[in-house]
Design a protein around this ligand. Structure first.
Ligand SMILES: NC(=O)c1ccc[n+]([C@@H]2O[C@H](COP(=O)([O-])OP(=O)(O)OC[C@H]3O[C@@H](n4cnc5c(N)ncnc54)[C@H](OP(=O)(O)O)[C@@H]3O)[C@@H](O)[C@H]2O)c1
Length: 319
């Protein structure tokens, strides 16, 4: 099967196309013929030697990627939830070695859900790590009636967070640059703040919860806008004494949260996709041989929604 391995940490040109043996479906696993996978900032961080690199470097050839959508091509022992031919999607082995940049991926069945019939493989692949991150954070901290501040509201995680916070009954305040205002309004964002023109700290009242994906001063300023007793989750930076001190002085809880593979959570995402309550936005779909461009797209820091890559068999539904 065709696969893209990371020969060593570094630039995009360390991503190398090779033929690999077919994966085997172990106990509790299925093999998925991947039609599309999506790219996340963690792919780029790992490619450079950070993030998940230490976890994957000694585990066979390093293959990046965690977000897949495709068709089950074989089923391992103990799997009852899926059968050959099912269309599935999910976040595979995160944190760990997902090996999504390939034509076939062995995935724990417990990390997957059936793909909703009303969406294609690209949309399904887009609705995995980023959607799960938003869901796993918000379901823990947000209740109906809350006001929620979402940094990078137009990005991969952010655009799902806007939609899921709304489903949970929250009022949403989203920060992005002006070119994303109309887009975010289509997602029913309540209040838009253009960070290139305005300081969000002077634009909004205190909120119950803030989701930060920027770190640095943006995180510190987000903490300053959360009510006493409220919470902040940072997804792009670990906690420092400065962050903890500020939060403690304001009686605000602050923590880092890492997304985890979870088939049950994927099923909830699938239900919302099916009902049309959440819609992934795909900024661009790249071909399998355009992986370097797909990485550079994310590196721009200004992706709207998601970047997706089709595998060579994307148009071929047959197994
Ligand atoms: N802890 C976890 O489990 C977890 C999970 C997922 C992601 N993450 C991390 O969270 C971060 C975001 O991930 P992502 O997938 O959402 O990234 P992304 O899609 O690449 O984010 C791009 C977005 O960031 C916005 N942006 C850039 N600078 C901004 C600023 N100063 N203020 C507000 N928005 C700004 C851009 O909006 P404009 O174009 O309008 O500027 C763009 O829409 C990454 O560092 C990623 O590694 C962590």
């Amino acid at each position: 099967m065709k696969s893209i391995i990371l020969t060593k940490p570094g630039l995009e040109n360390e991503l190398t196309y090779i033929e690999m043996p077919m994966p085997h479906a172990g106990q509790g696993e299925v093999v998925v013929k991947v039609k599309a996978f999506s790219i996340n900032p963690v792919d780029i961080k790992t490619r450079k030697g950070g993030a998940m690199y230490k976890r994957i470097q000694d585990d066979g050839p390093a293959i990046l990627g965690w977000d897949i959508a495709g068709v089950v091509s074989s089923v391992g022992e103990g799997v009852t939830a899926f059968k050959v031919g099912d269309r599935v999607f999910g976040l595979v082995n995160f944190p760990g070695h997902g090996r999504a940049y390939a034509e076939y991926v062995a995935a724990p069945a417990s990390h997957l859900a059936l793909q909703p019939k009303n969406i294609g493989f690209e949309a399904a692949a887009a609705s995995t790590l980023a959607a799960l991150t938003a869901y796993q954070v918000l379901k823990k901290y947000v209740k109906s009636g809350d006001t929620v501040l979402i940094q990078a509201a137009a990005g991969g995680v952010g655009h799902f967070a806007v939609q899921i916070a709304k489903i949970l009954g929250a009022k949403t305040l989203g920060v992005a640059s002006g070119k994303n205002e109309a887009f975010l309004k289509t997602l029913s964002l309540d209040t838009f703040i253009d960070y290139t023109k305005k300081d969000f700290t002077t634009e909004i009242d205190e909120v119950n919860f803030a989701l930060d994906s920027q770190g640095g001063d943006v995180l510190l300023n987000s903490i300053k806008k959360v009510k006493s007793g409220g919470s902040v989750i940072a997804i792009a930076t670990t906690m420092t004494p400065e962050i903890k001190d500020l939060a403690s002085k304001r009686n605000v809880s602050v923590d880092f949260q890492l997304v985890e593979s979870n088939g049950e959570d994927m099923q909830q995402i699938a239900l919302w996709l099916e009902s049309g309550q959440i819609k992934p936005h795909i900024d661009k779909v790249y071909g399998f041989h355009e992986i370097e461009s797909a990485h550079q797209h994310i590196l721009s820091g200004h992706t709207r929604g998601k970047v997706v890559v089709q595998t060579p068999t994307a148009g071929n539904i047959a197994l």
